[in-house]
Design a protein around this ligand. Structure first.
Ligand SMILES: [Mn+2]
Length: 442
């Protein structure tokens, strides 16, 4: 079914505005008493320990995480893709979905677009829709890991690193086009992830590939507006299985340094080899003023793109411990771009994103409970046991009523998943969009 302009606004009212104004308040009433009891108990306990609870609540309220446009449909594997009914089939519908998440959680106030999958046909209409839904345009992502329909050159053997100057120029121009599109929407950031690398030893000259990439990035950087950031995302393997040009944070950092002050490293949690100490990477990048953005997800083996916090919640907490420390002690870093980068085959994508948003907030809340001053004393005294007690004491605190408080005070749902289900949002989307829609870009 194709929507007229008027039609799409009526969906917006149905899905977003109406949910927020009428239903959430009603649903919240059902569990309000329970929430107040739990929150008062926790707030009392935390206050006695010397925490400033209202300060923690306001810090949590400020955390807004960008939803990636590509996570709103079911993801695929190299073996297949199982559609989830009622997926958004255009940019307007993707924004509507983010609007649903924002209404329910009040922590999804941004979207991260992927070009060319999300090129607006009417910029003013898209900006107006995003404004109405209280959604900002976070980093825009370029795509040189696929050949586009009318492309002259192929990226089969790399894009920015390619030995062919014509291929590199095409890839550079694409990134400049993405900046231009983002600029029209009010975005201030470009994310570059390259699939470039090699599948077999000897296929590439490592030095040539790296140097070409640096030169190409410098060309893109020259087209970056003054108030923009460029984020360079690394990944150790896949789709190339022997070597990746920007394989780790060291390569990303070197390239960012080679470009200039507006270039930073982006950490995607799934882009590390098993058992990497990601929190330490985060910490050192902050020390050097080069941490620019985050892609949240979780993984068991590789780049699994699973729900945030579903596999290694303690590691996520430790990462947030470093982020909290860095935000307080490393002003040399810019404001971070907080983004989710996840997708998979088996869950309702919106329910999955609600779970991810909650996991991010939960880890952040727990990290805010760490007494940094007390930890510093324990570290100076080499009191290893005390250090662990401080971290794990914060981690073991049940902060869910704190998150409820944050949502309640900003107009969100006490339980976003329950609200999503009670309001039959997926059924409504299927009714509006049809059963077999397929999200663009996947
Ligand atoms: Mn990513």
């Amino acid at each position: 079914m194709k929507y007229t302009f008027g039609g799409f606004y009526s969906i917006k009212k149905l899905i977003s505005v109406k949910i927020k104004e009428e239903h959430i308040v009603k649903l919240n009433k059902n569990s309000l008493k329970n929430h107040i009891e739990n929150f008062d108990f926790l707030a009392n306990k935390l206050s006695k320990k010397g925490h400033n609870v209202s300060d923690i609540v306001s810090k949590l309220s400020e955390l807004q995480v960008a939803i990636p446009s590509w996570a709103l449909g079911a993801g695929g594997t190299r073996f297949g893709r199982f559609s989830f009914y009622g997926e958004p089939s255009n940019l307007e519908q993707k924004l509507e979905d983010v609007g649903v998440l924002q209404s329910l959680t009040q922590t999804a106030g941004a979207v991260s677009l992927h070009i060319p999958w999300d090129i607006p046909s009417d910029y003013n209409a898209i900006i107006e829709q995003a404004d109405a839904l209280n959604i900002k345009f976070d980093s825009v992502n370029s795509n040189t890991f696929q050949d586009q329909k009318y492309a002259i050159e192929t990226y089969k053997y790399g894009s920015l690193s390619n030995t062919s100057q014509a291929v590199r120029e095409q890839a550079i121009q694409h990134n400049l086009d993405v900046i231009n599109i983002g600029n029209k929407l009010g975005s201030k950031c470009l994310t570059i992830w390259l699939a470039d690398g090699s599948c077999f030893p000897g296929q590439n000259n490592f030095q040539t590939a790296f140097q070409n990439t640096q030169d190409s990035l410098k060309n893109i950087y020259m087209g970056l507006p003054d108030d923009w950031k460029m984020l360079i995302e690394y990944k150790p393997y896949e789709p190339n299985l022997y070597s990746t040009v920007i394989r780790d944070w060291g390569a990303s950092l070197m390239l960012a340094n080679g470009c200039g002050d507006k270039a930073f490293t982006l950490v995607d949690l799934g882009h590390h080899l098993p058992n990497s100490n990601i929190e330490q990477i985060v910490s050192i990048l902050q020390l050097k003023g080069k941490l620019g953005g985050f892609h949240f997800n979780d993984s068991k083996y590789g780049d699994d793109d699973l729900t945030v916090g579903s596999i290694k919640p303690y590691a996520l907490f430790l990462i947030f411990n470093e982020l909290v420390y860095g935000m307080e002690n490393n002003p040399q870093n810019p404001d971070l771009n907080w983004m989710i980068d996840a997708s998979h085959n088996v869950k309702d994508p919106l329910e999955d994103l609600i779970q991810s948003l909650e996991a991010i907030q939960e880890a952040y809340a727990k990290a805010l409970l760490i007494d940094q001053a007390e930890l510093k004393v324990a570290q100076l005294n080499n009191d290893v046991v005390k250090c662990q007690e401080i971290l794990q004491g914060a981690y073991r605190t049940d902060v869910r009523s704190l998150l409820e408080k944050v949502r309640l005070s900003s107009g969100g749902a006490l339980s976003p998943i329950n609200a999503y289900r009670s309001l039959n949002i997926r059924d409504t989307l299927i009714k509006e969009r049809g059963k077999n829609t397929v999200a663009t870009g996947l």
